[in-house]
Design a protein around this ligand. Structure first.
Ligand SMILES: [Zn+2]
Length: 161
């Protein structure tokens, strides 16, 4: 195993040394995300790179991936939703400098304080949630035929493509 993850990160210091962090958190420990899912199962994995850009800003880029259990809003059954998101953050110590961030990046307001890594990852996971939770191939109960399998083989084929 690699070093344990720090609970807090000093973003500027980490960016200055070109830090890299990767790991994962169980959904069960992420309180806000936990309230948005149907059950506290699955986990959120992340890989983040920290760097200073040409203008001296601290940037965080990388990816999150994971799986959560949501309730399909059409058939009301639970299903596993894969999450994937691209992280592109620019640390800002002060809200007044919001106009400073590059167009393709999201602000990360730090107030000059260390950032809790789990909060950062949780925020990104929440952003990656679908706006409306739906099965990839949902068949509403009223259209179910003679209690066949949960999922048609065609749905599986499509997903594996
Ligand atoms: Zn459904």
């Amino acid at each position: 195993m690699s070093d344990p993850l720090p609970e807090f990160i000093e973003v500027d210091r980490f960016a200055a040394k070109g830090g890299h962090l990767e790991g994962g958190y169980a959904v069960a420990g992420l309180k806000r995300l936990e309230q948005m899912v149907a059950e506290p199962a699955g986990d959120i994995r992340f890989a983040l790179n920290f760097r200073r850009d040409d203008e001296g800003r601290s940037r965080i880029s990388g990816e999150i991936q994971g799986e959560v259990v949501l309730t399909c809003q059409r058939c009301l059954r639970r299903y596993r939703q894969a999450l994937a998101g691209t992280v592109d953050l620019t640390a800002l110590a002060d809200e007044r400098r919001l106009t400073d961030i590059p167009g393709d990046s999201e602000p990360l307001l730090t107030d000059g304080q260390p950032v809790r890594l789990a909060d950062l990852v949780e925020d990104e996971a929440i952003l990656a949630l679908p706006i409306v939770a739906l099965h990839p191939q949902c068949s509403p109960p009223e259209h179910d035929r003679s209690g066949g399998s949960e999922e048609s083989p065609f749905a599986v084929l499509k997903r594996n493509r």
